[in-house]
Design a protein around this ligand. Sequence first.
Ligand SMILES: Cc1cc2nc3c(=O)[nH]c(=O)nc-3n(C[C@H](O)[C@H](O)[C@H](O)COP(=O)(O)OP(=O)(O)OC[C@H]3O[C@@H](n4cnc5c(N)ncnc54)[C@H](O)[C@@H]3O)c2cc1C
Length: 490
Amino acid sequence: MASSFTSNEPRIVIVGAGFAGLAAATTLVKSGLKNVVILEAMDYVGGRTHTVRPFGANIIEMGATWIHGQTNNPLYQLAKSQGLLAEEGFHMTSCQPGMVSPEHYFFTEHGERLPKEEVQKVSAFFAALITRIMGQSFKADYSSWSLGDFLDQEFLASGLSEPGGVDLVFEWCKRIECVDEAVNSMYEFALSQLGLYTRLDGPFFNCLGPKGYQAIVDVLVETLPSTNLRLGKPVKCIQWAGSSEKDGNGAEPSKKDTGGTIQWTNSSGMDSGGTMQWEGSSQKDAGGTIQWTNSSGMDSGGTMQSAGSSEKDSGGTMQWAGSSKKGSGGTMQWEGSSEKDADGAHHPVRVVCDDGEEYHADHTIVTVSLGCLKERAQTMFKPLLPHGKMEAIARLGFGTVAKIFLEFEEPFWPEDCTGIQLLWEKGPEDKEVYNTHKEEDNWTSDWFKKIGGFDRVARHQSVLCGWITGLAAEHMETLPEAEIGETCVR
Ligand SMILES: Cc1cc2nc3c(=O)[nH]c(=O)nc-3n(C[C@H](O)[C@H](O)[C@H](O)COP(=O)(O)OP(=O)(O)OC[C@H]3O[C@@H](n4cnc5c(N)ncnc54)[C@H](O)[C@@H]3O)c2cc1C
């Protein structure tokens, strides 16, 4: 067992050192709970914020770039108080429908540059439409509508539509909206959900200074004792004490435990349950007797026989018979350890890493992404998380968003150009194209069409950044870098 814990205070293991994990750790430490260990799978801290320097001294952000909104935004406040925001006047965004300017160059696939007036009349309409939808609540008739279908309906009704003309700009707007909403397609995003996003007041694209997001990560890490952070420690399994919480369908979670404290609700449902402290019944776990007092006051306590196996730590079954008429007793399965830790205490949570190292704790906070949970939750938690949580993990969705950075020997674009946006005759966010791709599963040859465009990257002379979403992004991630690069510049 690894011992990074420093005192006899409650031990807490946080899984994941992205912003959620760092925020949890710093909050606990600030409130006096210093016995905290963070286990991070990767060899760096920050998770989906990742500041790197592949193109010389200046940074690029592989993940998050901006702090969105200012009012009541703790991240913004932290960055401001530490002097980590970009210098006055510094401004950088990707090209957004609501911000199209003459410096954004829009090209069709035939190499024609679209006049800015053509672009702006559609992009301004699109931005206003999104703002309207965000503030609108939709009647039941729209409950099954996708955002894409609604946008198409409104665009058609606007009279702006011009097949082969500004319609290309409208399709581009939908591609960019996929990035903003982190969804795979506008046709896979429920119309009714857009308004659920709470946008914090103040400027939306707040930029960080020359050290980027890494500077905020560093500030947070500095507040943690150095022994608390363990990198390269993927967690394989969390054996935990179960919970008294009822899950989504009202069913009780299982009652497995590794030793320590169990919250239980008596099987009769008439007894309000209570807390039981137990120490493995003997050093050899050969079974024993536990006296308990029920917290409900209705049950006057009783005797429990535990039929533990003779092997150490192998768990077992307990039969109990509540002594009152109201608590009818029940059965509890446990995978208990009879061993005490070096500090002489029992810690009910056992966090096991891929390399076999174990951390015994009193609490754990798991901050891994929904994607990781979808992949690993079935094997990660013992017992399984309550049914409602497993159901949520299975049914919640998310989209893929990725960036592509291209470095050139020198810029090939004019000085005033802030980026090149791509317009396609048959773009992937055209409903017909979307349906065909879906039915025929034939989108892989056209994956690059999901890229919105390439924006210039701040603090770099000759680097462009493209954004891509959905299955196209996932496909791109399987391709060799050289092939991606060649496709982007051909
Ligand atoms: C390309 C891109 C651009 C983005 N741009 C912005 C932006 O400009 N502004 C913004 O606000 N947001 C942006 N986001 C979103 C933002 O990055 C995330 O919302 C945020 O970083 C999530 O933090 P988190 O701590 O919840 O999760 P994560 O950052 O994913 O942290 C989870 C951590 O858990 C670790 N982990 C996973 N499994 C295990 C395991 N088994 N054992 C141990 N550790 C494990 C992971 O390695 C990771 O470090 C962007 C995201 C992407 C992908």
